[in-house]
Design a protein around this ligand. Sequence first.
Ligand SMILES: Nc1ncnc2c1ncn2[C@@H]1O[C@H](COP(=O)(O)OP(=O)(O)OP(=O)(O)O)[C@@H](O)[C@H]1O
Ligand SMILES: O=P(O)(O)OC[C@H]1O[C@H](OP(=O)(O)OP(=O)(O)O)[C@H](O)[C@@H]1O
Ligand SMILES: [Mg+2]
Length: 305
Amino acid sequence: MNPPSANTAMRDRLRIAIQKNGRLAEPARALLGSCGLSWRESPDRLFCYGESAPIDLLLVRDDDIPGLIADGLCDLGVVGRNLLLEQAAGREADGKPAAFREWRALGFGACRLSLAVPQAWEWQGPEQLAGLRIATSYPAILGNWLREQGIAAQSVELSGSVEIAPRLGQADAICDLVSSGATLAANQLKAVEDILHSEAVLAGPTGALTPVLAGLADMLLRRMDGVIRIRDSKLLMFQAPCEMVESLIRLLPDAEPPIRYPLDGGELVALQALCHGVVSWQRLEELKRAGARGLMVLPVERMLA
Ligand SMILES: Nc1ncnc2c1ncn2[C@@H]1O[C@H](COP(=O)(O)OP(=O)(O)OP(=O)(O)O)[C@@H](O)[C@H]1O
Ligand SMILES: O=P(O)(O)OC[C@H]1O[C@H](OP(=O)(O)OP(=O)(O)O)[C@H](O)[C@@H]1O
Ligand SMILES: [Mg+2]
């Protein structure tokens, strides 16, 4: 593993870069906040000083986050996988060494990087793109994909409003982020190939952090794993006659093995199960029909395995 960069080696406080504004700004802060971090800050500042732990925030444009990690000016960052892979592919094409990588998928900011063509086209496959112009903000990922498909097409790099390019006659097709599909539909385009499934990720260096920073990063990752693991989880508590317990547990395939407490001289059991799926009214009614009583669904705030 590469040694820590000179910039990193000078610091004893972990530094995390997140978007100042934009789609990932709020969820990134909320996630770090639920890991017990707090900062002395005002939302419009560029630097937030960690109060509850020596972990500071840099508030920046997302495009700058991978480079800040590469230069050791920050240690971790929250950024879309799309952007991280684009910049990694760009560095590779320029012959630069890999300097950052995905450390964790964070489960928000989901979108796809898709190839889209005018709705009127009859799509027959990627070979149809040969010799055409494709507008994109992701030229490196698109270039790699075209090479894999063995297709020679020209990419037209745009930094935004990519969907309008075919209407302007600037390109024949586009390669851009799609979530609901509303922007494509509004521009009479349709997605025909998904090149990448993206979500927000925690990015970090490919090389080592110093022992002090690595200790802080480990603590943060442990907490983050706990938060992510239980984000949609609920604690389900109920009672049941002993002979019905096994069939009830079969109705909870998304639950951790339940904790059981004997009640009433052993005829009844109290169960406590951490469910990772949605615990709907319908599921509760099904459990009740199968013999469960006193069903309770509780929120789970924290978990440390
Ligand atoms: N429509 C979408 N739905 C869900 N996630 C999206 C969507 N568009 C983008 N994203 C994700 O959110 C990330 C940030 O998007 P945003 O539009 O805030 O970026 P930006 O305009 O480049 O921001 P900045 O001002 O920081 O440069 C994208 O890189 C992508 O991972
Ligand atoms: O499928 P949809 O839900 O319509 O989302 C897709 C749009 O969202 C993003 O743009 P954004 O709204 O961030 O504007 P931008 O062009 O400034 O990036 C992306 O670049 C698409 O244009
Ligand atoms: Mg940006």
